[in-house]
Ligand binder design. Structure first.
Ligand code: GLN
Length: 267
């Protein structure tokens, strides 16, 4: 794995340990306190020990337990997919606010399917989700089945195999610059680089999506994207240069500009 740091100094915090215990033993946080005297089976002890060892090596909790909450959905995640983030829930909020109850929506780079599934469970939308990686799409398909979400999955490098037009296009693309030191920190060390890195500048995929979406949006349709903490001005310029109208943004919970959207011409 190559990520283990100094074991002598490493610790697993109480919060992490409790989260691992609840998820791996299938008990609630309350039960952890109220059933202190309960004896664990040897198998459970081994399970917990191995989880703690993995956490000591820095592995994200979501990859150890195999699940992550996104809005009210418990989503299956594996090391093939990006771990859904809280700030991406804002992207879903914006799409929900912009779209009527019907319509065709495209989620580009769906990963675990977090955005596509959340949307299809909230509104009567026809959702198409795209990813360029077959293993990622398998995780997404599993999540769609588990949540009985009607989402059409397409294996495609961005728009390559996408047909037709959409009322809304949404994407949380890889947008971190290849030399960004954050890639060597925390959860990012374990996530698929293809889901994180947006070329040298970080903006390569955003530029392609903002440019090509014009050809796949119905007149007056919205493009909604997530972007990096320092990319607001560049992304706004891309939207403006490509002719989008009514360009707006929203900040995340740390007050960092994180989501931007604009409308295609017409209507
Ligand atoms: N929001 C993620 C992070 O900074 C990056 C995800 C992405 O590149 N879309 O950790």
């Amino acid at each position: 794995m190559g990520h283990c740091f100094d074991r002598a100094k490493a610790q697993v915090g109480t919060d992490d340990a409790m989260l691992l215990a609840t998820q791996l033993l299938g008990v609630s946080f309350t039960e952890l306190y109220t059933e202190r005297g309960r004896r664990l089976s040897l198998a459970d002890v081994e399970k917990l020990k191995s989880a703690v060892q993995r956490r000591l090596c820095g592995e994200p909790i979501a990859y150890i337990t195999g699940y992550r909450m996104f809005r009210s959905l418990d989503l299956r995640v594996s090391a093939d997919v990006l771990i859904p983030r809280f700030e991406t829930e804002l992207l879903v909020d914006v799409v929900i606010e912009l779209t009527s109850n019907r319509g065709r929506v495209l989620d580009l780079g769906t990963g675990s399917g977090a955005i596509a599934i959340a949307l299809s469970k909230t509104k009567e939308l026809q959702v198409v989700a795209v990813d360029n990686d077959e293993r990622t799409l398998q995780v997404c398909a599993e999540n769609c089945r588990e949540h009985e979400a009607k989402v059409e999955l397409v294996c495609s490098n961005w728009f390559e195999n996408v047909r037709g037009r959409f009322d809304t296009i949404v994407s949380n693309p890889p947008y971190i610059a290849a030399d960004d030191p954050h890639l060597e920190e925390g959860d990012l060390r374990f996530e698929p680089p293809a889901a994180l890195v947006g070329g040298r500048s970080g903006l390569e995929h955003l530029e392609e999506i903002i440019t090509s979406s014009m050809n796949f949006l119905n007149p007056g349709g919205w493009l909604v994207v997530e972007h990096g903490y320092d990319q607001q001005a560049s992304v706004k310029k891309l939207f403006a240069d490509r002719g989008y109208l009514d360009i707006q943004h929203r900040c995340d919970y740390t007050d960092t500009p994180r989501v931007m959207w604009g409308r295609s011409r017409g209507r």
